[in-house]
Design a protein around this ligand. Sequence first.
Ligand code: SAH
Ligand code: SF4
Ligand code: F3S
Length: 459
Amino acid sequence: MKHVYIETFGCQMNKADSEHMLGLLDEIDYKLTEDIDKANLVLFNTCTIRETANHRFYSQLGIAGNKKKKKPDLLIGVGGCVAQDKRSWLQKNFPYVDIVFGTNNIQRLPEIVKNAEKGKNICEIEEELPLELPELPVIRQTKVTAWVNVILGCNFNCTYCIVPSVRGRERSRTPEVIFNEVQTLAAEGFKEITLLGQNVTAYGYDISSNYSKEKATFGYIPEDPEHSLAKLLRHIHDIDGIERIRFLTGHPFHVTDELIDAVAELPKACEHFHIPMQSGDDTVLKRMARVYSVDKYRKMAEKIRNKMPIAAITSDFIVGFPGETQEQFLNTVKIVQEIGFDACNTAAYSPRPDTPSAVWENQISGDEKNERLRYLNSVVNEVLEKKNNELLNNYLEVLVEGKSQTNESKLTGRTRGNTVVNFDGCESMIGKLINVKITKANPWSMGGEIIKGEVSLVN
Ligand code: SAH
Ligand code: SF4
Ligand code: F3S
């Protein structure tokens, strides 16, 4: 038996991919270790969404390289988005890396590792996903919640974003295959699933019979499509044992009435919409090629909240996009306050190789970007704290996921809106839906209490 140590950077897609890598490696008898010094193989599943993500990976790679000096037969592998993007550069600058593999060929991992064991340096990258998406083995790192990939890739071309070039074009898995996976998860005792895609709200269009490959650039929905995210939610909804269904990440263009209605009607579908807005200014949105206006987003949010007053709407924002004026930036600040998001990820614009906006001349200075980010973050924190304060003394449905990572004596779970709640409880509650009284509101999490004698299991 051998050991693999894996470090995962980036989004949920990468976390889900890592679980598949572990499943594949298990087939050739590599077991997971948490201790890098025990490892025969150190694997990095990388992210390149911003330059800071690359840097985090390079510094960890350096540490692994030093370990290899003392243990020459240690294998070092790099997968994920940096590998897809910078294969030759990686090989040239880090000669101690044995394996480089892409996001489209993780199914080849066992063979690649076997070859590397024989002393070969391997770089295998596929540009396109295979026509038939393979069903990959998996070793999940969670017990209550699970990720299910439903669509890979992205057909948009936001001018700042590297994802389409490292993840390829949209490819949906079939509803049958997804149904089977969810059924297996239910049988294994999982309670919540998150349907994953870089652009999950485009699910199904590419496998609908009237899909037009020519038209399918950004901002395309086939007429009356056979398959869609809404139809998928309905298709898997009644699988016994699964209590909650989520989906991540959406694009405002694809938030259809059909989807809003499905989430409103289906009891297990969590009323949480993570729909990144990116900027609160129409000119900036246009230059980002986001294909919607501020007003269109506002109307979408209204529609969601009219149907589901408790719905949580969360977003991502980029500050300091090339050419963004102070006034345009302040429009982002205003929209965050106006919409009252339930959570926001914020980031300073980072120029990515081979993306259109990286070579525009009107780049904003690092200091200015950081200043804007600091200001936006302070506003976001105020908005979130206010929203969470409004929930004080309410009882919210929490799915208990396990012990809190920061405080072993507490349990942790999430509300339907995806806010973390920490509270005192006993281990037997893990995996259950419980009503928790909210007693403390922070911007990014809440504290709760179960009143003795009042423990109410939701089901
Ligand atoms: N498909 C999703 C999110 C993809 S990437 C969407 O359309 O929104 C996750 C987030 O990273 C994005 O929402 C964006 O806010 C951020 N991001 C992407 N490229 C970036 C860049 N070049 N600089 C800074 N942030 C970026
Ligand atoms: Fe990137 Fe835009 Fe696709 Fe999101 S929709 S992954 S931001 S190109
Ligand atoms: Fe990063 Fe790749 Fe995800 S660039 S955000 S790991 S798709």
